[in-house]
Design a protein around this ligand. Structure first.
Ligand SMILES: Nc1ncnc2c1ncn2[C@@H]1O[C@H](COP(=O)(O)OP(=O)(O)OP(=O)(O)O)[C@@H](O)[C@H]1O
Ligand SMILES: Nc1ccn([C@@H]2O[C@H](COP(=O)(O)O)[C@@H](O)[C@H]2O)c(=O)n1
Length: 213
C-alpha cells in the first residue's frame, strides 16, 4: 500500500509518516530531503540556487543513501530547498527516484508537498496534514530550543509563512490538497491523537481497497 502524506511546513508530516511507516512496517521517504540535499550541493559548490543547469545536475547526482539528515534539517536549508523546489526541471529530475521508492514491493510511506497530487496520484491513502501557522511555529520553535538553538518565535512564524507561500504559488506541483485526500488538522491534537487519527484514515482506506472486486 502507498501512503501519501502532504502538508505545509512543520505541520507534522514527517512525525506522522515515520510513525505510520513503523506501525505498518513500510519503508519511509521524507521527500523534503531530496530538495534540501539539492540545495546543499549548490551551496557547497558556491553556485546560485536559481542556476537551473547546476540545480538539475545536483538533483540528478543524488542518491537516497547519502543523506546526513541532521545537517539537512536545518532552518537555512529549508528556505534554500523551497527555492530550488520551485524550478520545474529540478522537480522533473526527482520524479523517478520518488516513484521507484513508492513502487517497492508492499508499498511505502512518502511525505512531502506533491505526493498525493503528482508523485503518487494512485496512492491508496492520502492525508493532508495541517495546523494553524501559529501552532506550527510554536512547535518548530520548541523543537529548535530543544536542540539548543536560540529561537525567535516571530522569525520562525515568518519563515513558515514565506515557505508556505512559495510552495503554494509555484507553477509546477504546488502545495495543495489532492481531491481524494483526507485533511487532518492537528492544531488541537497531540502527537498520539494525530497518529491514531491518521492510522484510522489509512486503515479505512486499506479495508476499502481490499473490499474492491
Ligand atoms: N500533533 C502534534 N502535537 C505537538 N507537536 C507536534 C505534533 N506533530 C508534530 N509535532 C512537532 O512539531 C515539529 C514539526 O513536526 P515535523 O518535523 O514532523 O513536521 P514536518 O511537517 O515534517 O516539517 P517540515 O515541513 O519542516 O519537514 C516537531 O518538533 C514535532 O515533534
Ligand atoms: N515533495 C516535496 C517535498 C519538499 N518540497 C520542498 O522542499 C522544502 C523542504 O521540505 P521539508 O518537508 O523538508 O520542509 C519545502 O519547503 C518545499 O519547497 C517540495 O517542493 N516537494
Amino acid at each position: 500500500m502507498i501512503v501519501a502524506i502532504d502538508g505545509p511546513a512543520a505541520s507534522g508530516k514527517g512525525t506522522l509518516a515515520r510513525r505510520l511507516a513503523d506501525y505498518l512496517n513500510l519503508p519511509h521517504l521524507d521527500t523534503g530531503l531530496l530538495y534540501r540535499a539539492t540545495a546543499r550541493t549548490l551551496i557547497e559548490h558556491g553556485q546560485n540556487l536559481s542556476d537551473v543547469h547546476a540545480a538539475v545536475a545536483a538533483a540528478r547526482g543524488l542518491s537516497l543513501t547519502d543523506f546526513d539528515t541532521k545537517e539537512l534539517r536545518g532552518r537555512d536549508m529549508g528556505e534554500a530547498a523551497s527555492i530550488v523546489a520551485a524550478i520545474p526541471e529540478v522537480r522533473q529530475a526527482l520524479v523517478d527516484m520518488q516513484r521507484s521508492f513508492a513502487a517497492r514491493p508492499g508499498g511505502a510511506v512518502l511525505d512531502g508537498r506533491d505526493i498525493g497530487t503528482v508523485i503518487c496520484p494512485q496512492a491508496e491513502a492520502k492525508i493532508y496534514v495541517t495546523a494553524s501557522p501559529e501552532t506550527r511555529a510554536s512547535r518548530r520553535a520548541l523543537e529548535l530550543k530543544g536542540q539548543g538553538e536560540a529561537v525567535d518565535y516571530q522569525a520562525v512564524l515568518e519563515e513558515i509563512r514565506r515557505r508556505d507561500a512559495r510552495d503554494a504559488s509555484r507553477a509546477l506541483a504546488p502545495l495543495r490538497l489532492a481531491e481524494d485526500a483526507v485533511e487532518l488538522d492537528t492544531t488541537d491534537l497531540d502527537i498520539e491523537a494525530a497518529f491514531r487519527t491518521a492510522l484510522s484514515i489509512v486503515e479505512g482506506k486499506r479495508s476499502k481497497a481490499a473490499a474492491r472486486p
